[in-house]
Design a protein around this ligand. Structure first.
Ligand SMILES: *Cc1c(COP(=O)(O)O)cnc(C)c1O
Length: 720
């Protein structure tokens, strides 16, 4: 921090300090700061969706000072402000030692969604939350990176469950003035807008910036005067509209994003494409290279590929974008013409077989062809991805296909409950939440088992309160009678084994698997000595009728008097709901059809809070599970017949639940402590937390992908 700045800061009052803190999303992973906002007015804090700018706007500076006096918050605000200022003015040692080469040429990280905090709803699920955690860890480690995405004023849909148990989708418009946007200007002080051309005319987008700690996130927004009505609405909603909307959004994000960087005077050393959605970014980078250096397309494409990192996230076919030739022509004709390519030459870049005119244009293939470093997101997903895309390297053996893997991780400070953090700070010498050193995390064994259990139990009670509150509001809205409202106040028992299941309701995730056989389910959950309760949450994509049907079946189970106190569905799964769930449950259940879960990250969040994973050996769990740090469903075998696979997995799930999970949980010592269970909790934290953290993940990207891409050396990631 320079002197001028600190002299100035001293003169700020508490209100001004809070406003400054609220204008950088840094606050969102600092519970001591969140607590300040929440204390100011807990009820409004909740009602405003945890948005500090909206909250601060409700106070006059005088009222605010009064409130700070009442609550004696001054010292805490001063401390938070100092911490914030120190944070943003420093470059961490890690980056100075490990990422020096990136220097003034940062990584440009493109993603169609970013899940940073529930108050900035521009994410739908795992992909976005992963991107958010990636950005936060780059901030934490000091990795020079700028993130690029779209600002969706209406975000992703919000979910309600109606009286018939059906999912209702609606959209809430984000008040732009409550988002901590900074104005983005070029060197002459002009607001930056970029223009992308299509055959139907040009689309303009303005560029906004939010700061995520030290890392800038640039968001493009086409709601600009001068655009047609259609284009003004182009970035309204995430995954809304048809494939025309989609390809145009991807054009704006990828091509517009690269143009925005140039307008900002940022020259990236690496392009990182988070999923195929952003593969068009490479085309604009190639175009710029051809123009600047007078290169041919082939030479420029080779250079751009050398500096491009491509991450693919799903083995599910529907997860990859395919566009019709006509739509490609309509949208990209000006761009491929400027690259000196014909439509057919361009289509070939997005096809398995370049000459097969019946093939659509695949964004993943474009990304693979125009990058030298491609990776899946877990060890197993790497294997599956090499098999899936072997066709692009027909003369290589499958294990030589140049696609590696870097396993996903989660941002520890964002997902670990403050109570757990306090406990580890107090009991583990030298413990640091951001450490990726296994020795540091092994310190968890020093914690007193009783104290760990108490901490966990307090968090579980908090989850039960949260579920009751949410359910109460759901019922009020749907006009339930007072008996039902009363029942909701007492639903769930904090002493019962509590299992959480929350994720997108895609078919392969099989949310219904555990309740498939209602008789057996009844026997398990309603055992009076060893009760078990389930909390579900998750959205089905608006076009996914199978997923919606699963939600409806679950709601009917919840409303069945037999399961009245044993099954709760919490609507509108978002980061806030996820945080409560992963911090409060005993067990985190995941039962996808193997190997369709590329990684999964919610179970990693559960680890940080002492919940035990109970999962199919798929995604990250296939490499995380060691026999002593959670529970496996099945043995990692799969069946080609989906019905058989579901049957087998259902049987394995219930058997392990009945014979291992439940008895271990209810096996108490003379002090009422489940000693064996607590040992598993410690094993889980000690062996998994550091390994599946996003700091470890980002360090891997730096070492295996970013540095080689920036330095032009090649590595064989798939061996690493
Ligand atoms: C972490 C998270 C996800 C991803 O969880 P999976 O394990 O990949 O299903 C999805 N949605 C939200 C809101 C999350 O916080």
């Amino acid at each position: 921090m320079n002197l001028q700045c600190s002299v100035h800061d001293v003169s700020l009052n508490a209100y001004e300090k809070c406003v400054e803190i609220a204008r950088n999303l840094w606050w969102s992973w600092h519970p001591e700061v969140v607590e300040i906002f929440s204390l100011l007015n807990t009820k409004r804090w909740r009602e405003l969706g945890h948005n500090p700018i909206a909250l601060l706007n409700e106070f006059t500076p005088e009222e605010f000072e009064q409130r700070v006096l009442e609550l004696t918050l001054q010292a805490r605000i001063d401390a938070a402000f100092r911490r914030f200022k120190n944070y943003v003015s420093q470059r961490p040692i890690w980056a100075r030692q490990n990422a020096g080469v990136l220097g003034s040429r940062p990584v440009a990280y493109f993603s169609l969604e970013f899940g940073i905090h529930e108050s900035l709803p521009i994410y739908s699920g795992g992909l976005g939350v992963l991107a958010g955690d990636h950005v936060k860890s780059c901030s934490g480690l000091g990795v020079p990176l700028v993130a690029i995405g779209l600002f969706y004023e209406k975000g992703y849909f919000r979910q309600q469950i109606d009286a018939n148990g059906n999912q209702i989708e609606h959209y809430i418009t984000t008040e732009v003035e409550n988002v901590p946007f900074e104005s983005v200007e070029d060197k002459d002080g002009n607001r930056i807008t970029v223009t992308v051309d299509t055959k139907d005319g040009s689309i303009q987008a303005k560029v906004r910036r939010v700061m995520v700690g030290r890392t800038p996130l640039y968001l493009l927004d086409t709601d600009v005067e001068g655009n047609s009505q259609e284009d003004r609405e182009l970035t309204n909603a995430l995954y809304g509209g048809d494939s025309r909307t989609r390809i145009r959004q991807e054009l704006v994000c990828g091509v517009g994003g690269v143009k925005a960087l140039r307008a900002l005077g940022i020259t990236p050393g690496v392009l990182h494409l988070n999923e195929g959605h952003n593969s068009f970014a490479t085309l604009e980078a190639i175009r710029q290279k051809m123009e600047d250096c007078g290169m041919s397309f082939d030479d420029a494409a080779r250079d751009v590929a050398q500096q491009t990192v491509f991450t693919t996230h799903t083995p599910v076919a529907a997860g990859h974008d395919y566009f019709e030739k006509g739509l490609v022509e309509q949208t990209l004709e000006p761009l491929y013409t400027s690259l000196g390519l014909s439509l057919d030459q361009f289509m070939a870049l997005g096809r398995r077989n370049p000459n097969d005119d019946s093939e659509k244009f695949c964004m993943t293939i474009l990304g693979m062809k125009l990058s030298r470093y491609a990776n899946g997101v877990s060890n197993l997903h790497g294997v599956v991805t090499r098999r899936m895309w072997h066709c692009l390297w027909p003369d290589k053996r499958e294990e030589e296909v140049p696609i590696g893997h870097i396993t996903n991780g989660v941002h520890v400070p964002s997902w670990m409950a403050p109570q757990v953090k306090d406990l580890l700070e107090r009991r583990v010498p030298g413990w640091q939440e951001e450490s990726i050193d296994p020795k540091v995390w092994a310190g968890v064994y020093n914690v007193d088992p009783g104290e760990l259990w108490e901490t966990h139990f307090a968090l579980k009670k908090r989850l039960v309160d949260f579920a009751r509150r949410k359910l109460g509001r759901q019922l009020e809205r749907s006009g339930a009678d007072s008996a039902a409202l009363d029942a909701a106040k007492h639903i769930l028992d904090p002493n019962a084994l509590t299992i959480g299941f929350a994720r997108r309701f895609a078919e392969y995730k099989r949310a219904f698997l555990v309740v498939q056989d209602e008789e057996r389910f009844d026997q398990i959950v309603n055992n009076p000595e060893r009760p078990v309760q389930f909390i579900f949450a998750g959205k089905a994509h608006p076009a996914d009728n199978i997923g919606k049907d699963v939600i409806n079946r679950l709601i009917r189970v919840q409303r069945n008097p037999r399961f009245a106190n044993r099954v709760v569905f919490i609507e509108d799964y978002d980061i806030n709901v996820a945080r409560h769930l992963v911090q409060g449950v005993d067990v985190w259940l995941n039962n996808p059809r193997r190997p369709l879960e590329a990684s999964g990250t919610s179970g990693q969040k559960a680890v940080l809070n002492g919940a035990l994973n109970f999962s199919i050996l798929d995604g990250w769990w296939a490499e995380g599970y060691d026999g002593y740090n959670g529970f496996a469903i099945g043995t990692g075998k799969t069946h080609t017949d989906v019905r058989k696979m579901d049957e087998n997995d259902n049987a394995a799930l219930l058997e392990t639940l009945e014979n291992v999970v439940i008895p271990t949980y209810y096996n108490r010592n003379e002090h009422g402590l489940p000693i064996e269970w607590i040992r598993l909790m410690m094993n889980s934290i000690a062996t998994l937390a550091w390994r599946f953290s996003s700091h470890r993940m980002v360090a891997d990207y730096v070492n295996h992908a970013y540095l080689p891409a920036a330095g032009g050396t090649s590595v064989h990631m798939y061996r690493g």
